[in-house]
Design a binder for this molecule. Structure first.
Ligand code: PXP
Length: 253
């Protein structure tokens, strides 16, 4: 995804849960491809999808259709497995984000242990990079994981905002400070920094205001909000909140 201005914070819209709703009944409705087209029209900069091992939302057929039909860059979230590596190499999305995956979890619960899994991750990062994908690692906002990501040669990290999103009061302030430090540290290491998980209208602004952050990936809240206001308006409002926060953050810096 290319920034439209140096200050533009990119929005990757995760459409997994459009597929979750479709899968509740089988059939074709609602169609993730239509959601991707609406997201593009509403100001998304990219489409994020997570092909899980159990295919509980996006399926292989979705990936085929989205790869052909979506004009925006696709960010494929994937577990570090041979199966997913093969699929990524066949489809060659713009970006591949390596996430930890446990079958029993409801969503991606923790960050990747890039430090502890250096040896198993290294060949996967290298093969994805060699094939031209922009590789990112979904990690907790901590120094050890950032250093490990840099050592692995990943150009991008996505910081897990779940702990920030689920915290309240002083704990949320502390989690935001942790994110802020990690963004600064990551940029110093030469990494491009993305963030995501659990972001909503209520908690997105302080994160979006971090001036060195390049991209947010947001899904569940937007699809939920779409039930009430429609997908385009939900994304449009998120886009406006991000732009306003970024503008204020830069002015206040
Ligand atoms: N980024 C990553 C790496 C994720 O795994 C997810 C959830 O699939 C998201 C962002 C989006 O999180 P949410 O659906 O809570 O907005």
């Amino acid at each position: 995804m290319q920034p439209v201005s140096p200050n533009h914070l990119r929005l990757g819209v995760n459409i997994d849960h459009v597929a979750t709703i479709r899968n509740a009944r089988g059939g074709l409705h609602p169609d993730p491809l239509r959601a991707a087209e609406m997201a593009a029209a509403a100001g998304a900069d990219g489409i994020t999808i997570h092909l899980r091992e159990d295919r509980r939302h996006i399926t292989d057929a979705d990936l085929d259709r989205l790869s052909i039909g979506v004009a925006l860059p696709i960010n494929l979230e994937m577990a570090a497995t041979d199966e997913m590596l093969g699929i990524a190499l066949r489809h060659r999305p713009h970006a591949a984000c390596i996430v930890p995956e446990r079958r029993a979890e409801r969503t991606t619960e923790g960050g990747l242990d890039a430090a502890g899994q250096h040896n198993s991750l290294q060949p996967i990062v290298a093969r994805l990079r060699d094939a031209g994908m922009r590789v990112s690692l979904f990690i907790a906002p901590d120094e050890r994981q950032l250093e490990a990501a840099a050592r692995l040669g990943a150009p991008v990290v996505e910081l897990h905002t779940g702990p920030y999103a689920h915290a309240e009061g002083d704990a949320a302030v502390a989690e935001l400070a942790r994110l802020e430090r990690a963004v600064a540290l990551g940029v110093e290491m030469g990494l491009e920094i993305h963030a995501g998980h659990g972001l909503t209208y209520d908690n997105v602004s302080p994160v979006a205001a971090l001036p060195q952050l390049a991209e947010l990936n947001i899904g569940h809240f937007l699809v939920g909000e779409a039930v009430f206001v429609g997908l385009g308006p939900a994304i449009g409002r998120m886009r406006a909140l991000m732009d306003a926060a970024r503008e204020m953050g830069v002015r206040g810096a």
